[in-house]
Design a protein around this ligand. Structure first.
Ligand code: TXA
Ligand code: MG
Length: 318
């Protein structure tokens, strides 16, 4: 199928070389991951990192996640610990990000981690992006490929919609399987989840055999800028825990008891929360594009992937 955007490319040897050459020059590309699409650039290059912040219109105090192919490469940049190794062995490559202390000799640009002592690292599992990571000599700083405080993209078309012609190349890796951002866990002290995701508290506790905190402290806002309240937002009023909605209001629902009305956006007819998470941002975009002025959302069970869904809904409704 031909893409409607001329800057969306499919994955093949020729385009892989093109991507590598763009990245080697310190330029930025749109890349698929299993969670959401990202804007990738050389984390060791000041020019590349500056471009990412500029493209996203992201404030400089909000640090980026650094993406690696394997442990060996990440060891150059961060101090690893036992809890990290346990979680890495179980979940990586996969949808989890670790906050660790940055090594003194690390070549990661200080802008990437907003001059903090720590760096967020991740090993994405999408095969296309792993191929790219295996061919380059640096890790990729890669925030979600959306403008600051807009909706994270779950397809190559979404990325093109956000940045139009400002990106030379977006690699098409299909619909992002998970559809919401990785779990972020701070391992520099007592383990703490600072952004819930599909890998949840219970599955983390099972592996490290210790209690984990969910960070709720308001004072931590500066250390954890990504927790800024108004975020992931479709930019129209959103009311949560609603049982009904007029036909001129977009209604995000869950389960088979809801009819197929025009204004209904069913996250999962089977009430499967993993499926629901993968549809959330897609619906935010559709609702916005169809010109609705208001969104109602039914109550989503606060368990398993529902915890991450509720986290994003709460932020989007602020
Ligand atoms: O799934 C994901 O993680 C996606 C894909 C593209 O990998 N990336 C992503 O990046 O969501 P971004 O930039 O949209 O979100 C990164 C989050 C932000 O909330 C940021 O504040 C936090 O990670 N973060 C990054 N470095 C940090 C650090 N050193 N300390 C605390 N939080 C950090
Ligand atoms: Mg983001």
């Amino acid at each position: 199928m031909k893409n409607i955007y001329s800057n969306i490319f499919s994955f093949n040897k020729k385009n892989l070389n093109k991507i590598i050459s763009i990245l080697n020059k310190g330029d930025i590309v749109g890349l698929p991951t299993e969670t959401v699409y990202g804007l990738g650039g050389n984390a060791y290059s000041k020019m590349a990192v500056n471009k990412i912040f500029k493209l996203k219109k992201r404030p400089k105090f909000n640090p980026l996640i650094v993406h690696y192919y394997n442990l060996k490469n990440a060891k150059r940049d961060v101090e690893m610990n036992d809890v990290f190794y346990k979680l890495y062995r179980k979940f990586c490559p996969g949808p989890i990000t670790f906050i660790l202390n940055k090594k003194k000799q690390s070549k990661i640009q200080s802008l990437v981690n907003a001059n903090l002592k720590t760096v967020a690292i991740r090993f994405p599992s999408h095969n296309f992006t792993r191929s790219i990571l295996s061919c380059i000599k640096f890790p990729l700083a890669m925030p979600s490929a959306n403008l600051f405080s807009s909706i994270s993209p779950t397809s190559a078309d979404d990325v093109a919609d956000e940045f139009k012609k400002k990106l030379k190349l977006i690699l098409n890796g299909g619909k992002a399987k998970i559809g919401i951002e990785s779990t972020v866990v701070d391992l520099t002290g007592k383990p703490k989840i600072i952004r819930p995701g599909i890998i949840n508290l219970k599955s983390l506790e099972k592996i490290i055999k210790k209690k984990i905190n969910l960070s709720k402290n308001v004072k931590e806002k500066i250390v954890y800028p990504g927790m800024a309240k108004k975020h992931y937002s479709p930019g129209i009023p959103m009311l949560l825990n609603k049982k009904t909605a007029n036909q001129n209001v977009a209604f995000i629902v869950l389960g088979s008891k809801f009819k197929n009305r025009q204004n209904h956006f069913n996250l999962s007819k089977k009430s499967n929360l993993l499926e629901a998470a993968s549809n959330l941002y897609k619906f935010f975009r559709q609702i916005k594009n169809r010109g609705y002025k208001k969104i109602h959302v039914v109550k989503i069970p606060n368990k398993g992937p529902g915890i991450a869904i509720n986290d994003r809904l709460k932020k989007a409704s602020k």
